[in-house]
Design a protein around this ligand. Sequence first.
Ligand code: ADP
Ligand code: MG
Length: 812
Amino acid sequence: MSDLPAPLRDVVGPLTFATREGTPLERIGGLEALVRARLTAWRAALPPDSALQGRAAVWLEALAGCETLAPPARRARLRLVLDGITALDAGAPAATPSPAAPTPPTGAAAPAPAETPALDLHADVRFLPGVGEKRAATLARLGVHTVEDLLLHLPARYEDRRQLTAIAALVPGAAATVRGKVLETELVTTPRRRMRILQAAVTDASGLGGLLQVRWFNQPHHARQLAAGSEYLFSGKVAYDRRGTGLVMENPEFEPWDAADQALHTGRLVPVYPATEGVTTRQLRRWVATALERVDVPEPLPAPLRDRLGLPERGAALAQAHRPDDPEAARAATRRLAFEEFLFLQVGLALKRGREARRRTRVRFRPAPGPLEAALLKALPFRLTPAQDRVLGEIGADLARGVPMHRLLQGDVGCGKTAVALLALVRAVDNGFQGAMMAPTEILAVQHHDRIRQLLDGVPVRVELLLGGPGRRGRKAALSRIAAGETHLVVGTQALIQEHVAFHRLGLAVVDEQHRFGVRQRARLGEKGDAPHLLIMTATPIPRSLAMTAYGDLDLSVIDALPPGRRPVVTRLFSESRREAVYARVRREVEAGRRAYVVFPLVEESEKLDLAAATEARAALAAGPLAGLSLGLLHGRLPGEEKAAVMDAFARGDVQVLVATTVVEVGVDVPEATVMVVEHAERFGLSQLHQLRGRVGRGDHPGQCLLIASHAVSRDGRARLKALVESHDGFVIAERDLALRGPGELFGRRQSGLPELKVADLIRDARLLAVAREAARELVAADPDLARPEHRLLRRTVAARWKHRLKWGAVG
Ligand code: ADP
Ligand code: MG
């Protein structure tokens, strides 16, 4: 409230306290007199022509005789004054009353005792008294737009301030909160270790022994927040320092003590919000308190469900999550809010699946392989592994059901997803339909196309490659062959989903490396036919909890074994100082006739930098450890055709070492490649590294992956990389990545369509997620459109969530 005019500053706390529901107003005296005195002082200092003169008059009017009113009427008037004053603070101009705090007509008699002005949960947060335009903009950066968002912005933790301890009563070894006055501060630097210590001597009224040393290590900036002579709350663990002054508190949390405001900040478990630029925990506490007072929180969860799971009501949960009675109440509240977040998501998914299941498709395949598929199976240079067989069976069953398939096929790099997809695509052709396969890059599209043609050698299936670029040679002819149905299978990039691409009879669309595509693109492919089947493939092993959210509308198939004879890639971790030894290995392999990748992290912020880094890296290698070898360079700025040319040269062996900054293009299959060096390995996600190493050792010789970690890498960073050295299980690695770096990292930063979770946590709340999923399925099974009256609010909430938060296809 620092922006308030001085005379009004300390009336806000008492007014807030007095107007809260539950405060025994009849026992509060003298408040009106105080506020009147302050208002009068403030008004006297205003210029006579100020527009605020009128407001002051109205508020003084409202306070006249206020003490004698019945509590509800008295509360309403006090609230009116409070709202007016806090709106000043928010910088809201007097001329634009917010809907929350209507301005009474000037000169009118004291306002009629009103009901508490209620705020809608979905109201813009700037209408919350005390917030205003400026701070609303800051809140928006936290993702807080509405009052509800604010209430779902939960504390990072709570501080137990149920009791303040007198300094004289402090016990070493225990945590405590102390209210004390700073006598002096001092910043010292230790001679040997150059540590900067900020010390403050703090005292309270507890008499003899009431002196506490407070110190912070290497946080000199706190000096600016501490003024000698002012009072603060300090919370932390107390220790006994024999050399110094006795009792010390090290690195405590602290905040100014504000007598007027103590009800908000002391005497209970108080919330501590995640630190953010521009908004303080104290401001949040106040806004949340106001919001909790003002909003009516409806309950979207059906009562039987809540009873069964022992979940508190929504309104109570929001209140307890911010201002808990005790730690147990805080836990129950958070659990309820995490649950509902999962439930809204899962109900949306269940509705979507339900609708899809009711949608019929005329694309219905015969359950058994036709002649083309049988011919392909015979022509394959290998036998399907049991895992491939099983998955093909799952897909085949879907294709015969008369309901469009939506299936996610997961499997590590090299497990043979392409072969399975091709067999399914050929089944489409056997049934008189076309098939399409979409790859994320031109190089991968070309490789799939070539590989598929190779595998189909002697099988009469016509395959077409479709890349972007309207001027491309032969493109027009290809498009008309596709439209006429002369082409059976189309392999391509995103060019496949452009508007002018028309299929004759698309029956099955396969999307490779799904995490490179947004959900919208996937949907667009589905629109290319009359409800065609969709198979989505990814080499990113997706932890179960994430699959249930990000891909919760898909059925899941997993190829969990590599083809026989595949040896796991030997992975080793080196520090920078061993770089020479690493490249000596590379040289040995290349001189023995094999090929190597050297991967540098992509500098995402700037393609120019990326290019510079890559060019430099290659030059350094060519001049140094890899002198005399043939080095190729692949980076993000290279035009598609040049990329393809470099890859071809690498596949042929004209290029022996491929230096790459773009990871995608490494997603190709060159059996002679046996070594992969990853520079600055610590900058990659574990799953990404796991996929990268899957690119080597795909031929007769074992592969090795040599990770180089920078000196600067932390101990945690090193431990993380060690996990990769020790494990070959993509799921184990993905779980670790998810735990350490969050879902965004697992999929790459640009992944769209991942649900944004405000309260729930995929790791911590994994079990709750499973419960929510089950509950959602039951609800939708019993009431497929959630049309029953007791489900109406749930349905509305879900629809709103999906619309605003998820940017997925529409629900409901
Ligand atoms: P993914 O797309 O899952 O990374 P691919 O489909 O590209 O893997 O297969 C990797 C390699 O394994 C290819 O060279 C492919 O021909 C081969 N392959 C696939 N299935 C088998 C199998 N059952 N037995 C032996 N090799 C296989
Ligand atoms: Mg693949």
